[in-house]
Design a protein. Structure first.
Length: 495
């Protein structure tokens, strides 16, 4: 049995019409764009902005966001072609299965499970910081013992949030979409409020020097130093242009939203037209917000005074400017807005696992669809419970970089997959074609790999361990239970 066997594209699309696995097609271009904005504007904007400015790039964190957006934009063009050509749940997993073979598809599917599952827990952990700020000084203030894992023994709000969102996801994609639209309107409004109000308190002196001079640091040593420092024999440092690039690798966490859009291709009414609009539209809106917010936050509060561990840097910046009322409004809005980030990451996770189970690489029970709500309820509930446990006992600092390395790895394989599918299946109808092939996909893969090298060695170790666990599961279960070996419907499933 070849581990590089591929799944026929037509068979993958045909499988979506099987009654026991059919999902409702309820989403249009607005839904997809709002989904993308909903998941992208969250922990990156409201939490990691301060961390990246204080620890890596200073005011040039805006450039870090722009650089990360360019890398994402290149990958997004590749995603758009795939999502419009193979409109099947599973995102990069499904795309890889049709081009690079089953083993690579498993690896990227296992990788996406890491990205969405850990990402949901990380954002929920960061969300509780804004909630604590919003409720501070009120009768509903959260006790320190259960507010976070830094001052207490667990993060109870994060765990409860995930469990509540899991119930919503089981009830249907349309309800999830409507809740997302309301929450997106709130958090985009909060971001604009911060930009408009904060611009009156920006001090030019806080933005000078825009790129702080590089300086040695003792923090990035041993396993905490970026891999590229070891490969290149570089001395550990922070700030400077090296810090800007390292900051881009960290804030990449802020851009994981658009690939979640691709996981909903099977639930989109006209994926050939709507998927490219949703993917590129959400990325454009989010990039503009990230750059403007990061400029204002470092203009209001000098980057040297930003606490890198502050869970609510935007609210803190407004308090620093002498406007605690605005700070509370921003904290409340951010807390509401970040909720849907968690919801959509859980949505993406359940759809990837659903696709893998439908292909037989995971137990088929995970591919069960609720008879009334037409959602993959078994895997949704399982993912929700496990993510709630992880969020309740882990912090965003531990998880964010792990999500980044998984996301970047997925982007690399999708970029390569576009080149492979162009060669192997030039006859397929493509609703969108990635421009400047083969140059753009190659540049996309190289830029993403360079960003991966800027992540810490310990992040790479955790990533490799996770991949090895996945490989063992595939060899012991997925390889022999694959639908390409044990077809359940038609012979066309085999390639």
């Amino acid at each position: 049995m070849s581990v590089l066997r591929t799944k026929d594209v037509e068979a993958a699309v045909a499988a979506t019409d099987e009654p026991e696995h059919r999902l409702k097609k309820n989403l249009g271009p607005l839904d997809l764009t709002v989904f993308g904005v909903g998941v992208t504007i969250g922990g990156g904007l409201f939490v990691l902005t301060g961390t990246a400015a204080a620890s890596y790039a200073g005011p040039a964190v805006a450039v870090s966001f722009a650089f990360a957006a360019i890398a994402c934009g290149l990958a997004a063009l590749c995603y758009a072609e795939f999502a419009s050509t193979v409109p099947v749940a599973g995102s990069a997993y499904t795309f890889s299965y049709a081009t690079l073979g089953e083993l690579i598809a498993w690896i990227i599917g296992w990788d996406l499970i890491l990205e969405f599952f850990v990402g949901a827990a990380a954002v929920a952990s960061g969300w509780s910081g804004y909630l604590a700020t919003a409720l501070e000084g009120t009768p509903l203030a959260i006790p320190a013992a259960v507010a976070n894992t830094t001052d207490g023994f667990m993060n109870l709000p994060a765990g409860l949030l995930i469990l509540a969102l899991t119930a919503i996801l089981v009830l249907g994609i349309r309800l999830s979409s409507r809740i997302n639209q309301v929450a997106v309107a709130i958090k985009v409004g909060v971001a604009l409020l911060f930009v408009i109000a904060g611009s009156f308190f920006v001090k030019a002196t806080n933005l000078v020097p825009f790129v702080p001079p590089s300086q040695p640091t003792e923090a990035a040593t041993g396993l905490t130093q970026p891999l590229i420092q070891v490969i290149g024999g570089l001395e550990p440092s922070m700030f400077g242009w090296g810090g800007v690039v390292s900051g881009a690798a960290v804030v990449f966490f802020a851009f994981i939203g658009f690939d979640v859009v691709a996981t909903t291709a099977e639930e989109t009414r006209r994926p050939q037209r709507d998927m490219p609009i949703g993917i590129m539209g959400s990325l454009a809106v989010c990039t503009l917000l990230y750059v403007t917010v990061s400029l204002v936050v470092t203009g209001v509060q000098n980057y040297r005074r930003i606490d890198p561990s502050d869970a609510a840097p935007l609210a803190t910046a407004m308090e620093h400017a002498g406007h605690p009322a605005l700070a509370r409004i921003i904290a409340i809005g951010a807390a509401v807005g970040i909720i849907v980030v968690v919801m959509i990451l859980l949505l993406g996770q359940s759809r990837v696992a659903f696709a893998m189970a439908r292909d037989g690489l995971l137990p088929r029970v995970f591919a069960k669809v609720h008879p009334r709500y037409r959602t993959p309820y078994v895997v949704t509930i399982l993912v929700g419970v496990l993510a709630a446990i992880l969020a309740a006992f882990t912090s965003i600092d531990v998880l964010a970089e792990l999500v980044n390395v998984g996301t970047l790895a997925a982007f690399i394989l999708v970029s390569i997959g576009v080149l492979v599918l162009r060669r192997t299946r030039p006859d397929l109808k493509r609703g969108f074609r990635t421009p400047f092939v083969p140059v753009l996909p190659i540049v996309s893969a190289l830029v993403c790999f360079y960003l991966m090298l800027n992540l810490a060695i310990e992040t790479w170790i955790r990533f490799v361990v996770w991949m090895m666990i996945g490989l063992v599961i595939y060899l012991l279960y997925g390889r022999s239970h694959s639908r390409l070996v044990r077809p359940t419907t038609t012979r066309s499933d085999q390639s």
